[in-house]
Design a protein. Structure first.
Length: 541
């Protein structure tokens, strides 16, 4: 089996917040799981360094756009690494490789008759003396009447043209832009209506929000989309006399999945084409606002490239709110990832964002729930089982795991989790997967309490051996089952017990020496709840 996993590319114009991680974390879970199964996996993403938001940020700070892109790309890479994201290639959209691949595909789409040139209208600001990129234009959405940017309405998810906005203003100077005619290239998306409808109808691995929103766009009818724009930074249009124009970001950014694959193949001397064939299982992981770009735009571009490697799984998450309020970067109502990873265990963050994942509906991040969840589940259930069992071996058996049989009911409960959890992961039900494992952990904790090995050691040593051996067997397998979700704590157990490699099969326990047992997790003082709430309130003033 060959598996391609693409994580959405964050704009390199500001720090990551928890909403980004909530929408992207499942990509890493998938990659780790499939690697454990021994499948061929390519997991890619990168920083979007060509977007208008970067140019806006650079203008605000009075620096070059590259300085902004460099700053946040490096920060993203550091944050993803500290959170355990195991990308095979994490790159950026301003590399020579990406530019070359985008330009090659642009020319290919022209040659195949999917891109054409026409005279069109575009917002122009006389004060700034320039045509305005879509995100430089703000106004009122003509569909829902809410405030919107020129490319897409965050309220109703409508894909927009800035010319259509009501009460248009220039984001740079605040004046009202006019509309002028200019030449641009267009992608003939309308001609692909029937093919995209057929593709959507036959797709089975999509989240429901992706299905419903895509069907809405199809009912409204696909329209040809601008393929070039007058942008300050980006990939130059590879057509003579039009080099000053840039390939529109909605084409250029999604091509990043392909260009990152090319970069990975070139760097490692491997065939990237292996992951771009019809029989490849592909997962595209992103937030709700990116649905149409993955279910309509990218499939349409692939058809235009004569590629049949269309996405098989659309992992489109809903939104994460913060303390019952919508995240707002402009109002600083956010938990910033660089700050959070300095103070909290990465597995704690991964656990909470998975067990509370916005898979089918919006979910809320609450500091109270985060800290109580850590203390109650990770420390109180999982960490407690690991610590008291392994400490028991270390204290009463001098670190030597006793011989003995396994309790059949417990070993079967644990071993069957591989199939049930694996099936749920493959169907992108990550929250339920993690719940299944922790149900098992609670069951083994109950078994430990009922068997009372501290009494068995004196009254029935053989029964005590069986209890402890069963609990150690469970711990080894829980750690292996949790490796895609909680890689850092799983690695601690792997090292402590001398296990060479994780795999997605029940693992037996050999004779081993257990020494130097330390708590898997540290308790978080509940005083932190109020301190974090105060910090959040002060930063958003």
């Amino acid at each position: 089996m060959t598996v391609f996993i693409g994580g959405a590319w964050p704009y390199a114009n500001g720090s990551l917040h928890l909403g980004h991680i909530a929408s992207l974390l499942s990509g890493d879970i998938l990659a780790r799981y499939y690697r454990m199964k021994g499948e061929k996996v390519l997991y890619v993403s990168g920083s979007d360094c060509n977007g208008t938001p970067i140019a806006i940020r650079a203008k605000q700070e009075g620096v070059a756009p590259k300085e902004i892109a460099d700053r946040y790309h490096q920060e993203f890479y550091k944050c993803f690494s500290k959170l355990g994201f195991s990308y095979d290639c994490y790159t950026r959209t301003d590399t020579p490789n990406h530019h070359h691949v985008v330009q090659r595909i642009f020319n290919e789409l022209i040659q195949n008759g999917w891109i054409y040139k026409k005279e069109t209208e575009q917002a122009y600001c006389y004060t700034c003396e320039q045509f305005l990129p879509d995100r430089y234009v703000e106004g009122i959405c003509p569909h829902c009447g809410q405030e919107a940017r020129g490319d897409q309405c965050e309220e109703c998810s409508a894909i927009l043209d800035p010319v259509d906005l009501l009460e248009k203003t220039c984001k740079v100077c605040g004046d009202h832009p006019t509309v002028r005619e200019t030449d641009h290239f267009y992608f003939a998306l309308s001609q692909l209506q029937e093919q995209i409808e057929k593709y959507v109808k036959e797709s089975t691995g999509w989240r429901d929000n992706a299905v419903q929103l895509t069907k809405r766009y199809l009912r409204e009818g696909l329209q040809d989309r601008a393929a070039s724009r007058d942008l300050p930074i980006g990939v130059p249009v590879p057509v003579k006399s039009y080099e000053e124009k840039k390939v529109y970001v909605w084409i250029e950014a999604v091509v990043g999945y392909y260009s990152a694959s090319v970069e990975w193949g070139t760097k490692h001397g491997k065939s990237y084409e292996t992951f771009w064939k019809k029989d490849v299982t592909s997962y595209y992981v992103h937030g709700k606002d990116n649905i149409p770009f993955h279910t309509i735009i990218w499939p349409a571009l692939l058809v235009g490239m004569n590629s049949d490697a269309l996405p098989t799984h659309i992992v489109s998450n809903e939104y994460l709110t913060l303390e019952k309020k919508k995240l707002s970067t402009s109002k600083n109502w956010a938990v910033w990832v660089p700050d959070m990873i300095e103070r909290y265990d990465p597995d704690s963050i991964r656990y909470f964002l998975t067990i509370n994942a916005p898979e089918n509906r919006d979910t809320d991040f609450s500091w109270r729930e985060f800290i109580l969840s850590h203390n109650g589940e990770l420390l109180g259930a999982y960490g407690n089982l690991v610590n008291r069992t392994l400490k028991f071996v270390e204290k009463y058996y001098e670190g030597f795991l006793p011989n003995g049989e396994l309790d059949l009911s417990i070993s079967q409960l644990v071993s069957t989790l591989y199939q049930t959890v694996g099936e749920r992961i493959e169907k992108t039900a990550f929250k339920r997967s993690l719940e299944e494992i922790f149900q098992g952990i609670r069951a083994v904790n109950k078994y430990f309490d009922e068997q009372k090995p501290w009494l068995q050691r004196q009254e029935d040593p053989q029964a005590g051996y069986k209890t402890i051996r069963t609990c150690v067997y469970s711990i080894v397998n829980f750690a292996q089952l949790l490796a895609p979700f909680l890689p850092f704590s799983s690695t601690k157990i792997q090292t402590l017990l001398g296990i060479e490699e994780w795999q997605w099969l029940p693992i037996s326990i050999s004779e081993t020496t257990i020494q130097g047992v330390e708590p898997l997790f540290e308790r978080i003082d509940v005083k932190e709840i109020e301190e974090e709430l105060d910090r959040l309130a002060k930063q958003s003033l």
